[in-house]
Design a protein around this ligand. Structure first.
Ligand SMILES: [Zn+2]
Length: 299
């Protein structure tokens, strides 16, 4: 699934061809894309408006059109956008944006991609606030901010990173890369992370995302930029998909495990398995040792 760097790559490629153009017609070929709106309702709301800005928030690409009409495009699993593809029309084309001198085609074999409408800036903000936490590159994403979020989470840290309401834009690839950089095991419980680790995690997230954007995204599934070109970040993964290969830092063999329901890659030496939490050990201690309990409680 495209994550922040892939969507940002698309945005940067497309913006010059899209911004300032009039959306002559939005042709929704697959009604599932616009649900709950019918295709005709979505195009009636957008046709004839100027694309003032192509924005991104988390994994959403946002077409900001004149008079505060906003289209949130989410690529989900297999969505790609192609600008001016050669005829015939590509297989699995689901939506065609007629922009006058350009044609933008949304291609999506698995059909999970969505286009949602918000009319008015207040509706746009409400849509995003209900779904997304801070942008990683927002200057408000500080270690203190991360610490407040982490303190409230008893989830494993990988699941925490994938939660778009905590932090927007990080998915399976960049969570693995960030945790490896920060030397944190993905199953570590988030609220047990100490400040230096949260510092390292914040840096790890930013560095992984920056590297992904610099490489124009990762193409491991269907990701292509709007000209059909693959990104190259998959060639620079430090740990993701590197099962059986030596860790670049310590030489230990990278292993694959499951975390947050996803295939997850770790260096077992750089990212040690979390120790059991003390409350569980205390609960297992026999009740006939009160003196010891009293002593250990002052640790
Ligand atoms: Zn290592």
């Amino acid at each position: 699934m495209p994550e922040l760097p892939e969507v940002e790559t698309i945005r940067r490629h497309l913006a010059p061809s899209v911004e300032g153009r009039t959306l002559e017609h939005l042709d929704v070929l697959d009604p599932r894309f616009s649900t709950p709106l019918a295709p005709g309702q979505l195009s009636a709301a957008l046709d004839g408006r100027v694309v003032e800005r192509l924005a991104r928030r988390g994994k959403y690409l946002i077409f900001e059109l004149s008079d505060e009409a906003h289209l949130f495009l989410h690529l989900r699993m297999t969505g790609t956008l192609l600008i001016d593809p050669e005829p015939p029309r590509p297989a699995h084309a689901r939506v065609v944006f007629d922009l006058g001198d350009h044609e933008l085609v949304f291609v999506d074999p698995r059909r999970f991609g969505t286009g949602e409408l918000a009319l008015g800036d207040a509706a746009r903000d409400a849509f995003l606030d209900a779904r997304l936490g801070l942008e990683p590159f927002d200057e408000a994403f500080t270690t203190d901010h991360l610490r407040r979020l982490a303190k409230a989470s008893r989830a494993p840290v990988k699941a925490f990173l994938l939660d778009q309401k905590k932090l927007a834009g990080v998915g399976n690839i960049y969570a693995d890369e960030a945790l490896y950089r920060a030397r944190i095991h993905p199953l570590r419980i988030t609220n047990t992370l100490r400040r230096p680790q949260l510092d390292a995690l914040r840096s790890g997230v930013l560095e992984a995302l920056e590297a992904g954007i610099a490489a124009k995204g990762a193409s491991i599934d269907d990701f292509r930029d709007p000209y059909g070109v693959q990104g190259s970040f998959q060639d620079q993964f430090l740990v993701h998909l590197r099962e059986g290969e030596p860790c670049g830092r310590c030489g230990t063999t990278v292993v694959k495990l499951r975390a947050a329901g996803r295939g997850t890659y770790v260096c077992p030496r750089c990212q040690p398995v979390p120790r059991r939490r003390r409350p569980q050990a205390a609960a297992a201690r026999p009740a006939s040792a009160p003196a010891r309990s009293a002593r250990t409680s002052s640790w």
